[in-house]
Write a protein that binds this ligand. Structure first.
Ligand SMILES: [Zn+2]
Length: 133
């Protein structure tokens, strides 16, 4: 098999587990969900950006964060167009839009069109995927 140096998804599952630790690996590489209200990032107030724990890509700006009360960190837009990838998710008997990091293809959370701000969007993101910077 050809070695692809350009693709971060060529990382083995063991390498991901080493880098991310068990909880982030379970969420980001196995489409898991962290326990609601378990992330310290549910609270707004961080000033700066939120980076992808998988690859360091800039995913969200703190100005986009709002307190949705849903139990997961929530944002109303991505840091820049194309930072995130949207995938149709029909698991668990629901039709939802899954949100992935466009760069490393890690699962982050889901996107719901019921946000309270002007964008109308609510990116419901597992805090364990994010590094506040
Ligand atoms: Zn990433």
């Amino acid at each position: 098999m050809a070695h692809d140096q350009h693709s971060s998804s060529s990382k083995s599952e063991n390498e991901w587990l080493d880098e991310l630790g068990f909880e982030a690996f379970r969420v980001m590489r196995q489409n898991g969900t962290e326990r609601p209200f378990s992330s310290p990032l549910c609270r707004t107030g961080h000033q700066g950006t939120f980076l992808c724990k998988g690859c360091g890509a800039d995913l969200f700006d703190s100005s986009a964060q709002f307190d949705s009360g849903c139990g997961w960190p929530s944002f109303d837009k991505e840091a820049s167009k194309g930072a995130l990838k949207e995938v149709l998710d029909k698991s668990h008997g629901m039709v939802r839009i899954e949100v992935r990091c466009a760069k490393c293809d890690s699962h982050l959370g889901h996107l719901f069109p019921d946000g309270p701000t002007a964008s109308g969007m609510r990116y419901c993101i597992n805090g364990v995927c994010l590094i506040p910077q």
